[in-house]
Design a protein around this ligand. Structure first.
Ligand SMILES: [Zn+2]
Length: 276
């Protein structure tokens, strides 16, 4: 499933043709949303926002089109009425004078009125989004130290959208590696220094992934690995999907484990298990 950085990049793409423009035609596949087609026509899009993995096309009168791609949803941005050659089913089409923003295959689409927004079941309860530039390191640290979460494993917490919104399976492994923490650590097992390092990783790795188009490995190392002829899939991640390959930091083979029901990757030397 795409994680926050991938959805934010999709949102930028959609915004590149919609933001500041009037939508001439809106078309929904789902019958329940069709009554909105008329009232959104000729309305101007103000912005395309994201909160975690949720995208919101926001109109001048405050109404938002909500979408979540889940596993299958895919946006296309094209010249007006130039539909892609795909067998996917079109679920939402937004046409401006010159362009079309088309969402295929997504099943989770809604229209949210301003007064419904904060209590919308998909929105309320979401934790802070590390891609939100207003989110400070101090706020990340405070969240990691919040007693409501302190007894749960980091492996479970980092997938919980009410803890931080937008983190998913690859970011979880990458963040824990950069923080030097074994996935089953709980916040209450961590020292203040470890919480501080973890807060930095929670803030920085999604932002790096957003900037680089999905690369979480350190920029200098990526350059060196590229020069050495490695492929993107080989230099992209710190640990995710790299089981059996040497740790970039220490050379120990990366291990794979199941954590909170999903695969996680870690280095047994850089992320030692706590003494029991
Ligand atoms: Zn290592």
């Amino acid at each position: 499933m795409p994680e926050g950085p991938e959805i934010r990049r999709d949102a930028d793409l959609v915004a590149s043709v919609l933001a500041g423009r009037e939508v001439a035609v809106v078309s929904f596949a789902f019958a329940g949303l069709k009554p909105w087609e008329r009232s959104l026509r000729d309305k101007r899009v103000v912005a395309v926002d994201t909160i975690g993995k949720h995208m919101l096309v926001r109109f001048e009168h405050g109404v938002r089109i909500y979408s979540h791609n889940q596993l299958y949803g895919r946006w296309f941005v094209r010249d007006r009425d130039d539909y892609p050659d795909t067998r996917r089913s079109l679920r939402l089409a937004l046409h401006t004078e010159h362009h079309s923003a088309l969402l295929y295959s997504a099943s989770d689409i809604d229209v949210i009125q301003p007064h419904e927004f904060e209590q919308h079941p998909r929105i309320r309860g979401l934790g802070p989004d590390p891609l939100d530039t207003d989110l400070t390191l101090g706020a990340c640290r405070a969240r990691l130290g919040d007693r409501r979460f302190s007894g749960r494993s980091l492996a479970g917490l980092l997938l919980d959208q009410s803890f931080f919104a937008g983190l998913g399976n690859y970011l979880r492994s990458e963040i824990l590696f950069r923080a030097g923490l074994y996935p089953m650590f709980r916040p209450r097992d961590c020292s203040a220094a470890q919480i501080a390092t973890l807060a930095r990783a929670v803030r920085d790795l999604p932002r790096r992934s957003y900037r680089t188009g999905g690369i979480t490995n350190d920029a200098r190392r990526v350059q060196a690995l590229r020069r050495a002829g490695l492929s993107r899939s080989e230099y992209r991640f710190l640990v995710f999907g790299r089981d059996g390959q040497p740790c970039h930091d220490c050379g120990t083979p990366i291990q794979r484990m199941a954590a909170a029901g999903r695969r996680a990757y870690y280095c047994s030397v850089c992320q030692p298990q706590p003494d029991v």
